[in-house]
Design a protein around this ligand. Structure first.
Ligand code: SF4
Length: 473
């Protein structure tokens, strides 16, 4: 997927001006968040918080000895007949997959949803090598027809409405237009079925890697995942190295929180555990099973102030609760991962200088942290990234100058009192009789682009406080 995160501001402005997109985002609204809230209530709010604690501990335990658990995973998976391959970056991940295709003479790949595959631009690499990639998750299939990247990690086509999907189906399926969802789903299934039956390669992601059994666990809501992992003769699971967890018991705990946090479901529709290829006597399953473990910047997080980000189980709850994501949509973020988790991951994976506005693309309201099933302190991580930006001189000179001036004054109480008195009087004067300022100067300009700034009374907080105390005595 092409990187466009440096253009966040322009893309977000475009999204805000796109009335169609705004209507679609409005319809999406708080749907997933409401479902999560209901699932949390049904589970018991206290018990749900205990579950969040337990899941955060499991993820931290795995990350504390990441190398050891990965080696254990490799050993156990290999013992059960799978081949484990390692890739340092996206290019190497694609190379590993293409080597497998060449070794087995593979020509068509059916895929279930994999964010790592998006990260590595795997579809483009496959197509360039003459291997046809076919997305089979309904949302991903729609986007493949549209030639667009996903805009949400669990509902990739959430930015498209029914009419747009119907148009796409007419164009690509050549059948009469329908806007009946059941009929459209049936139509997509009929289009995909021949691909399922003729593909020689299946590609999936992996929600978790279980070290003690060398298994890949896959969570889906559509049956495509099962077909992708069992029908073709070769299967490749491609996933990030941070997905490893020690035991099946850990998997069972994490899987209690994942669907509830993502879509509010008690349990997902399909939950598959791949352990080795087809054995003698098995009626289905791939003859060859490969697991490609990809770093692509993840080890940079280990031991850093951002390590907690590696706990992420890709549930999407942070974006479902983020007022910024819900207003500008996923494509504004300009890379694979949108919302608060993307605002941390994109600068780490792609370089802070290539995602200048993402750490600022948050109100720091804390809703993402409260919703995160593994308690990732996203607002704190975003603040750390902002600090790094300032340390590396990556913020505009005007902002840096303003903070320097503020720090200078804040360290000198008298000067600070004088400056704030002047500012309060000036703002009151600017508000005029209406008491509202239509256009703030300098750094405040953006704030008044879409609304008025209520002018203060002309007194500083200290003056008001002193006044209040006098009143009491
Ligand atoms: S950061 Fe937390 S809430 Fe967001 S996708 Fe990851 S696990 Fe889910």
């Amino acid at each position: 997927m092409q990187l466009a995160s440096v253009h966040f501001r322009q893309r977000a402005s475009g999204a805000l001006a796109d009335a169609h997109l705004q209507r679609t985002l409005e319809r999406f609204g708080s749907g997933f968040a409401d479902k999560r809230a209901a699932a949390r209530q049904a589970y018991g709010e206290g018990a749900f918080e205990e579950l969040r604690d337990a899941c955060a501990v499991i993820r931290d335990r795995a990350l504390a000895d990441l190398d050891a658990w990965l080696l254990r995973f490799e050993e156990e998976a290999t013992r059960r007949g799978a081949s484990v391959l390692w890739a340092e970056d996206a290019a190497e991940a694609c190379a590993r997959v293409l080597e497998i295709c060449a070794r087995h003479g593979l020509r068509k790949a059916i895929k279930s949803k994999s964010m790592l595959s998006e990260e590595a631009s795997l579809n483009e690499a496959l197509a360039a090598a003459g291997v046809q990639p076919v997305e089979t998750d309904l949302g991903e299939y729609i986007l493949q027809l549209a030639g667009e990247p996903p805009s949400h990690i669990i509902a990739p086509a959430i930015h498209k409405d029914l009419g747009q999907v119907a148009e796409l189906f007419v164009k690509h399926h050549g059948r009469p237009k329908s806007d009946d969802i059941a009929q459209m789903t049936r139509e997509a299934r009929e289009m995909l079925r021949p691909h399922f039956l003729s593909a020689d390669l299946g590609i999936s992601g992996g929600n978790f890697l279980v070290a003690e059994t060398g298994s890949v666990a896959i969570v889906t809501n559509e049956g495509n995942g099962r077909m992708v992992t069992t029908l073709p003769r070769v299967h490749i699971a491609i996933t990030g190295i941070e997905k490893v967890i020690p035991t099946l018991e850990d998997l069972s705990t994490l899987n209690r929180i994942l669907p509830r946090s993502a879509t509010g479901q008690e349990i997902e529709n399909y939950f598959s555990i791949l352990t080795g290829p087809k054995r003698a006597g098995d009626t289905d399953g791939p003859e060859q099973l490969y697991v490609v473990l990809v770093d692509n910047g993840r080890t940079r997080l280990v031991g850093s102030v951002l390590q907690e980000m590696l706990r992420c189980i890709r549930c999407g709850a942070c974006m479902n609760h983020c007022p910024v994501y819900q207003t500008v949509g996923g494509h504004s973020y300009g890379w694979v991962y949108p919302g608060p988790m993307g605002s941390v991951l994109t600068p780490v994976f792609q370089g802070l200088e290539n995602a200048l506005d993402l750490p600022q693309a948050a109100t720091l309201c804390g809703a993402c942290h409260v919703a995160c099933p593994v308690k990732i302190p996203l607002p704190e991580l975003l603040r750390s990234l902002r600090e790094m930006q300032t340390q590396r001189g990556l913020r505009p000179w005007s902002e840096r100058a303003a903070f320097r001036a503020w720090a200078f004054a804040a360290a000198r109480p008298r000067l600070y009192a004088l400056a704030t008195q002047f500012a309060a009087r000036a703002l009151k004067w600017m508000g005029g009789r209406r008491g509202r300022i239509a256009r703030l100067p300098l750094a405040g300009r953006g704030w008044t682009e879409g609304r008025d700034f209520p002018a203060p009374e002309g007194k500083t907080f200290r003056e008001l406080y002193r006044g209040g105390q006098r009143h009491k005595t």
